[in-house]
Design a protein around this ligand. Sequence first.
Ligand SMILES: C[S@@+](CC[C@H](N)C(=O)[O-])C[C@H]1O[C@@H](n2cnc3c(N)ncnc32)[C@H](O)[C@@H]1O
Length: 495
Amino acid sequence: MADEFGKNCTICENETLGRYVKATEVIPAGETILLESPILILACKGDKRCCNCYRFAQQYCRKCSIAPLCLDCAEHNDEFDCNVLAAAGAVSLPDVRVDILKKHFDTYGLLQCLLLHENPQTRKTFGKMLQMEAHLEKRRNTKIWQEHDRDIVQPLLQSNIWRGFEMAPNINGDFLQKILAIWDVNSHEIRAPDAEIMRGLYPQVSLLAHNCCPNANQAIDDQYRMKVYANREIGRGEVVTNSYTNLLLGTDERRQILREGKYFHCTCARCEDPTELGSHMSSFICSACAGHKQESYIVKDGDSQTWKCQKCEHTLRPEQVAKILEKSKEEMFHAHGDYRRLEYLLAKLCTILHKNHYLVVDLKQEMANILRNAILNSRRPNRQLFERKIRLCQDLVLLLQTIQPGMTRLKGIALYEMATSHVKLQRLKFEENEMEEDDLKKRLKECLAMYRESIRMLSHEPPKTPEGQLLKNVAKEFDVLQKEVENGAQSEGDK
Ligand SMILES: C[S@@+](CC[C@H](N)C(=O)[O-])C[C@H]1O[C@@H](n2cnc3c(N)ncnc32)[C@H](O)[C@@H]1O
């Protein structure tokens, strides 16, 4: 597959979305839509990475003395860039201040963008990059603009290095801000060799519009290629969408991230629905109704922007909402890592917030992780550990079915976690003579179905990534369990 969309998609444009991608025919669930390599990979702000291998840099190229390198990389692999930097640097221009570039090392990413233009072989790519959405006027003089000006734009201009570039006449503060804006609006987070984050620019993938209930997912392989695939069937004429934000946040939080980082107000079906498609990920429990032993939720009305009970007249003022959330976050911070405190806090928060509230979901995920490690580190974990973990994973799977009904990586992981705990729990019960072999077999068959679904959810994960490795393990465990079920369910438990 090439770095372009195939025949099943077309690039369109309208006033609201700008350019976007639409399906020209039905795209079946699981079908790959695009496989694209990044035009450039850059370190995140504040990180200095080797220009060859992206590990943390501890020295500079001896020839150009500007490109950062790790201790294992002896020289700058990109000979063209190295020569341009060396020529534009100390050799031909005595005014060049390499010391400023080194002090403000975030300038190197911007230099790499400019070098795309200097090299005739990548000049077209530079042109493609400049066509990407920048929202320059919306950013002008904002905090991010000023920070970039201080940390990147002014140091780069003062270094004078650009004066030796072919495109020097075009280079000024606004032009450099535009490139930085393009990166902020369009780049994707990718996993660095040390498992931290860096950024990649994928011109085709970045044409996809955002939706908080997207129909396409992406997965990045060990060569940093990004695969986009349909997570459910995409209808003919439907806009192909991915997500620009964390989908396990509430509407106000997602919208804020999109507004501040991507400069638009999201009006997707999930954002527009006060109950978030019935998930209630931002809802509060109505204390007035609870006092009458009734169950009802306070949700934010989109038009009036007020927080109001769905059944009675009870409301919450925005300051009250902010205070509850702030206090809950503070308590979560203090309970971090302490299972007992988290369990106690969960019980408390569930009297105020809906059980699917994004803060509650966050808490449950942390608890499930702690239980996972407790089970792994225990020689004979007790059944309560398994039961609790299963319930926590089940809650997450059910929630994900609502907000992301198609294939999702997180659902795949949660299903796997649920399946392994289920298998162990059923075996424990069998060992303790609580069930007959036929029953065990029936339960294990249910676990096989969970494994199967987990494999389907993770099927696009590239082999040499942690998720791909997980997929391999899930498939292996599935095979072993399937054989056991065929040969007599209790065999593993007998060992
Ligand atoms: C990564 S770019 C997508 C490509 C862009 N439309 C273009 O023409 O280059 C992100 C920008 O697309 C627009 N956009 C994407 N999804 C949107 C949505 N759901 N609603 C409104 N605007 C959206 C916003 O302007 C956003 O900053």
